[in-house]
Design a protein around this ligand. Structure first.
Ligand code: NAD
Length: 489
């Protein structure tokens, strides 16, 4: 799909959804474009009537439709649920390129290669295989342990990974028998609505369930609040920054909260510096540092600081001097009414070259990440910048690195990283950091299955403690005790 077609399609969708995109007519030349939209699975996209295939303007309507869909879902077999989950995964993979382009075009943050990859790797998200019945037999009979759905789950998704979060939540939640009402970020709504409509269209065609995933269009803070309050929604799952995390924690119903992070990286003198530098670039530059698990600041012991910086240059990093860092800081942060630095959203998720140009610098086209030395209380260290500049702080020794890393993580208990060959130190920092994700000698994404072991999720529940979410996260534990019977041996 070329740029002109993507623009054309996005502006049409935005017009239909009441967004800001200008309407453009599909003249005689549009048949090729329509064919390409069809092949991208987007043939219905320009026409998104309220109430069709999961698109709703009113929360009440979305919840009713989701409740009906949930009832139909639990009547299907587990094999059917498995097939629905696989349909979502294969649809996302099939349309990864087109949907990645649309998401980038709409949100204007991140990198196309990674937007596409985040959809392609949805197959790493677990499904029904996680729902194993537990059984204990004994003198008194048989005890069965099962995992039942909640019903309709209300989800809030971030602009940083709009379609990936919605899709991964849907895979987990449908696997465990739930339906969904989503309030996406207003700046990532159209891409989410496109995916929702396509998933529902395909599920309806095969299973007769039209609104398994409902999406509020347009989403507002009021519609989020209506979801928080709705009696038909027993569970909330919120993925986002501090404000929405606070709002969800204050809600009068159970909330699973995937909140903000500010992952520190420690590099000590025993580390393989080649691997450390390559990993920091890989993780910190991923989607232009939009990942909540992505490397955000580095604490390196002084004896290897210079060599690590040399390796950063060899790995696709570009080292800024102190004047350049000062200029970038002025551009990248504004001072809030509270006197504290606030991230300037204009630079969030932008390419390293865009950040460099903002301070009058041309960097080589191979540059993925800007880096430079700062002190530990610098705004770039303390704030979750979500842009491809990573500050490097020189520390006396590994103990100072740990102290400073813990402070910079702000107790979010999200993600921490360490590069070291000293397993005593690795163990000590793992215990002290006590984060949901701890990645050692690798890039942050290794913690979510990309270049590491384990499964993927785009919702890492931090303050509420559920961790990297799976289908089990969205279930109610149920026990069946058959007394005095069912012993077969
Ligand atoms: P954001 O907090 O601006 O928005 C997230 C969602 O919350 C959006 O849908 C937004 O519309 C909604 N929202 C914001 N304030 C709200 C309020 N008061 N009431 C109801 N809804 C509200 O975050 P973002 O820029 O979209 O995403 C980046 C943030 O999300 C970062 O802080 C990142 O660390 C975090 N994040 C966390 C995870 C995780 O798994 N823990 C995953 C992705 C992103």
């Amino acid at each position: 799909m070329n740029q002109a077609i993507v623009e054309d399609v996005v502006s049409e969708v935005m017009r239909r959804l009441g967004g800001n995109g200008a309407a453009r007519s599909h003249g005689a030349g549009s048949s090729g474009s329509a064919a390409k939209q069809e092949s991208a699975g987007l043939s219905h996209r320009p026409n998104m009537p309220d109430g069709e295939y999961g698109i709703f303007s009113k929360v009440d309507d979305a919840v009713s439709a989701a409740a009906e869909s949930h009832k139909k879902l639990v009547k299907l077999s587990m094999d059917d649920r498995d097939a629905i989950v696989k349909l979502i995964k294969s649809t996302a993979k099939q349309h990864a390129k087109a949907w990645g382009e649309i998401e980038l075009q709409e949100t204007k943050i991140g990198r196309l290669d990674h937007k596409i990859e985040k959809l392609q790797i949805l197959e790493l998200v677990p499904g029904v295989e996680f729902l194993r019945t537990g059984a204990t037999g004994g003198s008194n009979g048989v005890c069965l342990e099962d995992y039942a759905p909640f019903g309709v789950i209300g989800i809030i998704t971030p602009v940083t990974h709009s379609v990936p979060t919605l899709s991964a939540n849907a895979i987990n939640m449908i696997a465990s028998g739930n339906s969904i009402v989503a309030n996406p970020h207003p700046s990532g709504t159209n891409c989410a609505a496109i995916a929702v409509r396509e998933y529902n269209r395909l599920i309806a065609a095969k299973y007769g369930i039209e609104h398994l995933i409902s999406c509020i269009v347009p989403p507002t803070l009021e519609s989020a609040e209506a979801i928080f309050q709705h009696r038909g929604i027993p569970l909330l799952v919120v993925t986002g920054g501090p404000a929405v995390a606070r709002a969800a924690l204050a809600a009068k119903k159970r909330a699973i909260v995937a909140g903000p992070g500010n992952p520190p990286v420690i590099v000590d003198e025993t580390a393989c510096l080649v691997n450390a530098a390559a990993s920091i670039v890989k993780g910190g530059a991923y989607d232009n540092n939009l990942l909540c698990i992505g490397e955000k600041e580095v604490f390196c012991v002084s004896s290897v600081f210079g060599e690590l910086m040399n390796q950063m240059t060899r790995s696709g990093g570009y080292v800024l001097n102190s004047q350049q860092i000062e200029a970038l800081t002025k551009a990248a942060f504004t001072k809030g009414d509270d006197g504290k630095p606030h991230v300037n959203k204009q630079f969030v998720g932008k390419d390293a070259a865009v950040l460099a140009r903002a301070i009058g610098l041309d960097v080589p086209p191979t540059t993925q990440l800007l880096v430079g030395e700062t002190d530990a209380d610098h705004a770039f260290v303390q704030e979750e910048q979500m842009m491809p500049f990573i500050p490097f702080v020189r520390v006396r020794d590994v103990n100072e690195a740990m102290d400073r890393a813990l402070q910079a993580e702000h107790g979010f208990r999200h993600t921490a990283l360490m590069h070291s060959r000293d397993m005593d130190r690795v163990s000590k920092f793992g215990r002290l950091a006590n984060t949901t994700l701890y990645v050692v000698n690798g890039a942050s994404m290794a913690g979510l299955g990309l270049g590491g072991q384990g499964y993927l999720s785009y919702s890492i529940a931090t303050p509420t403690g559920e961790g990297i979410t799976t289908p089990l996260t969205f279930t109610r534990y149920r026990r069946t005790m058959v007394t005095g019977a069912m012993r077969m041996i």
